[in-house]
Write a protein that binds this ligand. Structure first.
Ligand SMILES: Cc1cc2nc3c(=O)[nH]c(=O)nc-3n(C[C@H](O)[C@H](O)[C@H](O)COP(=O)(O)OP(=O)(O)OC[C@H]3O[C@@H](n4cnc5c(N)ncnc54)[C@H](O)[C@@H]3O)c2cc1C
Length: 459
């Protein structure tokens, strides 16, 4: 469908005040792209509900009239996850942005889905608490739930799925349901909360969530550790993880990316394969012991430069630079697009996977930056090119394909954190086999008309 009829416009306008429904071209275009190169189809309109009740009314109507619906958070996905592919209505969740309650004694917060991660942390911080999942981008909680986002601190604190206790969801036909509970544990029936986490808005719209929070750590210790060989850096990762050190972040960076970061931000880092790590602890003494052990492990693996105790301002600068890696790559290659590999494998296989990926990039003479959340086996390769140049782009697609196939062979996955969206659908069957067909049956059961975020996850 391209445009709404006059009657449809009148109905949609009756659901919300005039400033919360738009058919303006600029709003429609703003909701056509996430940060990836994936192309969508211009939605016919955007609506901004503020409550479960409004969302339910809207979805009951779209369902009855067969109108495709795409939920939208902050639009920071990397695989076309919130990109409308059949026009229709975009439900923008950003005005469902209230933190309903923070209960410090329970370590919990009730939020609407449009709350931004950083705002939640500002408010939770007043109680000495935080929501530790940190994808870098200031994403909405709804978008993070839908993508099961994670980030640099997942190695210690876990992914979004580990923090979602209870959800209110409006199903594609407009029925509102609750899943889960506010008790710290439950073994009551099927875990529907986990079904909706990571479902990328294909099963319904999250309109409220109860999240677990955790205490802000008393002390931090950051380190940069340089190696002269990539194999050595990645080998140190498995040893550190196996030694009980429990890093709060353990990131691998390769020289090409560090060079770009140095050029842009004058960081003065050694341009060799490196680990950025951070440890959180209850005392400085405990962290000192951690530092000693880390140094020993890394030097045994051939580390050539181990710098500990990175002071606070430098620590923030370092993590900001790491979080902005993707933007830095884009700025270094103006006019180009990126294809982001997001494979994850068991940590024991991380070293060979890193070398395999770097070799593929080098052999193909492609532009590609290898790095990753090494501590949780998540490898990124940001491949740079021009999707309009079909032959060159195919080289990047082939590299992605080889890396994913290798990851799946090693017992891993095509996506550690970004989700399937449009871009990774082709890997679903090979990764999941029969389970992929069960997922499809679940989708058909919950959304028999196929209206919720169509063309995502499934081909
Ligand atoms: C620079 C950069 C770095 C990033 N690094 C990471 C990283 O380290 N780890 C990581 O996990 N991700 C990362 N991402 C990807 C992205 O930030 C996350 O996937 C994030 O969770 C997306 O949230 P969003 O609010 O932007 O959601 P959107 O992109 O708007 O939407 C994401 C998905 O959620 C659905 N959706 C949105 N709201 C709802 C709702 N209320 N109910 C149901 N479905 C909904 C959408 O339809 C879509 O399928 C990065 C992105 C950028 C730009």
């Amino acid at each position: 469908m391209k445009e709404f009829s006059q009657r449809q416009i009148e109905t949609l306008s009756s659901f919300v005040p005039p400033d919360r429904f738009s058919m303006g071209q600029s709003n429609r275009k703003l909701h056509l792209h996430d940060i990836s190169f994936h192309q969508g189809t211009l939605p016919a309109g955007i609506i901004w509900p503020t409550t479960t009740k409004e969302t339910a009314k809207i979805l009951a109507w779209t369902y009855e009239h067969g109108i495709p619906v795409t939920p939208w958070g902050a639009g920071t996905s990397t695989e076309g996850n919130p990109v409308p592919t059949r026009g229709g209505l975009v439900i923008d969740t950003t005005r469902m942005d209230r933190i309903l309650e923070i209960r410090p004694a329970d370590l919990q917060a009730d939020v609407q889905p449009g709350v931004l991660r950083k705002e939640l942390n500002r408010q939770a911080g007043k109680h000495g608490l935080f929501f530790p999942v940190d994808p870098g981008a200031d994403a909405t909680i709804g978008g993070m739930i839908a993508n099961n986002a994670s980030g640099v601190q997942t190695v210690k604190y876990g992914a979004t799925k580990d923090y979602v206790m209870r959800l209110t969801i409006v199903l594609p036909d407009g029925e509102a349901i609750h899943t889960g509970c506010k008790a710290p544990k439950s073994s009551s029936g099927y875990d529907l909360t986990r079904l909706f986490v990571g479902s990328e808005g294909t099963l319904g719209i999250v309109t409220e969530a109860t999240l677990r929070l955790t205490g802000i750590p008393a002390h931090h210790l950051a380190a940069t550790i340089a190696f002269n060989q990539l194999e050595n850096a990645s080998a140190a990762v498995a040893l550190m993880m196996g030694s009980g050190l429990e890093p709060a972040a353990l990131e691998l960076l390769t020289p090409g990316l560090i060079k770009l970061m140095n050029t842009e931000k004058e960081l003065g880092l050694s341009e060799s394969p490196s680990l950025f790590c951070e440890f959180h602890g209850i005392s400085k003494t405990a962290l000192q012991e951690t530092a000693n052990m880390t140094r020993e492990i890394c030097e045994n693996c051939g580390a050539v430069d181990v710098k500990f105790g990175v002071e606070e301002s430098k620590r923030e600068e370092l993590w900001r630079a790491r979080h902005e890696a993707w933007e830095t790559i884009h700025r270094a290659h103006p006019g180009k697009e990126t294809l982001i590999v997001d494979a994850a494998i068991p940590i024991s296989r991380y070293p060979e996977m890193v070398v395999f990926s770097q070799d593929l990039v080098d052999k193909q003479n492609a532009i590609g930056y290898v790095f990753g959340h090494a501590g949780d086996g998540n490898l990124h390769v940001v491949l740079v090119g021009d999707p309009q140049n079909k032959d060159d782009w195919q080289v990047l697609e082939d590299i992605n394909h080889h890396i994913v196939m290798r990851a799946v062979e090693l017992g891993g996955t095509c996506t550690g954190e970004h989700g399937i969206g449009i871009g990774k659908r082709k890997f679903m069957e090979v990764e999941h086999g029969q389970s992929y067909h069960l997922m499809r049956r679940i989708k058909e059961l919950v959304d028999p008309k196929g209206l919720m975020n169509p063309d995502k996850i499934f081909i």
